[in-house]
Design a binder for this molecule. Structure first.
Ligand code: AMP
Length: 558
């Protein structure tokens, strides 16, 4: 398949905001993509790997400017100038390619495969000299690109495609193209979050898709919780509830197949290497072949839970792991089992799963244990448990339906969380304004975005300035300077005093109220938003959605 066809598809996608039209456009290209189906699916989402593979191109705007200069023979200064005018390197590349076209005879028609493989190669370059190699791969690719192709190659490599295709549209387009039910596509995707593979299975038919199964060594999407307004409401939601301690750490799924162990976060990140002690415990304490689900927290020497920020140092650490293992001990609290022996337990009621978990796992108190669990519908007993949880320094409780199965990837009301505070939102920083006065030289206020799960776009829902410090007074503070440093490499557009970022940084935000607002693209505005903490454990795809904000808005009105 020619890359030109894909580029034309991108252009059509960009020209409409209507989801149905987008779905049709995607469906058409899926049907045409033949042997390149998997590549086309990844590329439509602006990627060259499945979502759980975190490899990146590692190309930022300055390297891109060099590549554009090299591929066109136009000086870096001029390229930068055009970039400044257009505010978009994709458009810059398009303009430059049309100028070059009139001059050179270099012609070669790019195929999807060629573009895909070159971008993958760019991702694989590591170590010394890798920037140079990335540069020459990119420059060569761009030198063959037609103007429209150049626009999208550049955006893909910068991981900035923005044609509004994410899970919702991919799911529906795959379903339409290959005549399979959207629910089947979705269930398969939760078990095997790889739309490339899902599309190939869907092409074989509904049955193949249904048999997708779990693959050890690959992450799955986990069951998600909903929020209850009170403990009483949560207890009343189920005929047979269980109350569990809610630990404030990182969700970790442990997969064990013989002597092989994998640990994945709910962001689908492989963190096996970061937690060697959990690998050891899993070898000793878990049955031969299983998948268990739980929350890992950092603990002090006396065993008290430490704030999430402490644990995040363990998650982010890639080198010198032994040292940090000693410095920051962790505790795994297992609360579910979803695979045992050769059996998938999604349909098994939680009551039974918990019993299996209790039987199957050898525990090491304080290190590798089961989440504390109490079966009761009695409000007094549940309140006592809740109080104990808070006194122990945990976050609150989870109320779970003992009769429910395990539904990966969804908030289906099987679990209800109860926490003492008003529910915070996890939002993405999509832009900022430069500060003035004391905040001069830094970004002084930040544009918050919530996610539209159909298009993958982020819609504005507030401006954040409160809660970020001018000076550091404690380890957990975050300053304007730090946030500015973190966001600078993500700038994709700059106009006057306002910049736009690649949506990467997720922050937890508290607020007083949600209001309707015509000024923001989401239609909602947070009143008095306040920074709570960075959420490096959450990907932008996991940020709160416009639907959730709309639901919260409605529930507020009640
Ligand atoms: P939240 O992140 O606020 O939506 O709360 C849901 C998260 O709480 C889950 O994804 C888990 O990471 C975490 N959690 C802590 N303790 C438990 C528990 N006992 N059962 C289920 N989830 C828990």
């Amino acid at each position: 398949m020619l890359y030109r066809e894909l580029a034309e598809t991108y252009e059509k996608l960009e020209a409409t905001t209507k989801k149905l039209e987008k779905t049709e456009i995607v469906k058409d290209i899926l049907l045409k993509s033949g042997n390149e189906l998997r590549m086309v699916v990844y590329l439509l989402a602006g990627r060259v790997f499945p979502i759980w593979d975190k490899k990146e191109t590692g190309v930022a705007s300055n390297l891109m400017i060099k590549a554009l200069s090299k591929s066109t023979g136009i000086s870096e200064g001029t390229v930068t100038e055009i970039f400044r005018e257009t505010g978009d390197l994709g458009k810059t590349a398009e303009l430059l390619a049309s100028k070059r076209k009139q001059k050179t005879l270099l012609t070669k028609t790019l195929t999807v495969r060629e573009v895909f493989e070159t971008i993958r190669k760019i991702c694989y370059q590591e170590g010394s000299g890798s920037q140079e190699r990335k540069l020459s791969l990119l420059a060569r690719l761009l030198s063959f690109a037609e103007p429209l192709e150049a626009r999208y190659i550049v955006r893909t490599v910068l991981e900035e495609l923005r044609v509004g295709v994410a899970e919702g549209i991919l799911r529906d387009a795959i379903s339409l193209a290959f005549n399979v039910r959207p629910e089947t596509v979705e269930s398969a995707w939760f078990l095997n979050p790889d739309f490339g593979e899902i599309a190939e299975l869907a092409r074989k038919g509904e049955e193949a898709l249904k048999n997708v199964g779990i693959k050890f060594g690959r992450p799955i999407m986990v069951l998600l919780a909903e929020k209850a307004r009170s403990l009483e409401e949560a207890l009343n939601a189920y005929e047979n509830p269980a109350v569990e301690m809610k630990y404030d750490g990182a969700r970790i799924i442990i997969e064990k197949d013989g002597d092989k162990i994998w640990l994945f976060t709910r962001r689908l990140e492989n963190v096996t290497e970061q937690f060697p002690e959990l690998v050891e415990y899993s070898k000793k304490c878990l049955p031969e072949r299983c998948i268990v689900d739980g929350e890992c927290i950092a603990v002090s020497e006396s065993g008290r839970p430490l704030p999430f920020q402490v644990l995040s140092q363990r998650i982010q650490r890639k080198y010198g792991i032994d040292e940090v293992v000693k410095k920051i001990p962790v505790q795994m609290n297992l609360f579910d089992i979803i695979y045992l022996g050769d059996e998938l337990l999604f349909e098994t009621p939680f009551r039974k799963r918990r019993e299996l978990l209790e039987k199957a796992v050898k525990t090491i108190p304080g290190k590798f244990q089961l989440a504390e669990h109490l079966r009761t519908k009695d409000l007094k007993k549940a309140e006592e448990f809740y109080r104990k949880s808070l006194e122990l320094g945990e976050e609150g409780v989870m109320v779970k339906n003992l009769d429910a199965g395990y539904q990966p990837g969804r908030r289906v009301g099987y679990w209800l969380k109860v926490k003492p505070v008003m529910e915070n939102l996890d939002l993405v920083i999509i832009g900022a304004e430069y500060g003035t006065g004391k905040r001069a030289g830094w970004f002084g206020s930040f544009i918050l975005g919530c996610r539209d799960p159909d298009t993958g776009e982020f819609l504005e829902c507030g401006m954040l300035g409160t809660g970020i410090k001018e000076k550091k007074t404690s380890d957990t503070d975050i300053t304007f300077e730090e946030l500015t440093e973190l966001l600078k490499p993500l700038v994709v557009e700059e106009k006057d005093r306002t910049v736009r970022f690649k949506p990467k940084i997720v922050v937890e935000v508290a607020y007083e109220e949600i209001q309707k607002s015509p000024n923001y693209s989401s239609g909602f505005a947070l009143r008095f938003p306040r920074f709570v903490r960075l959420r490096p454990d959450k990907s932008p795809e996991e940020a709160d959605t416009i639907e959730r904000i709309s639901r919260l808005y409605e529930s507020q009105r009640k």
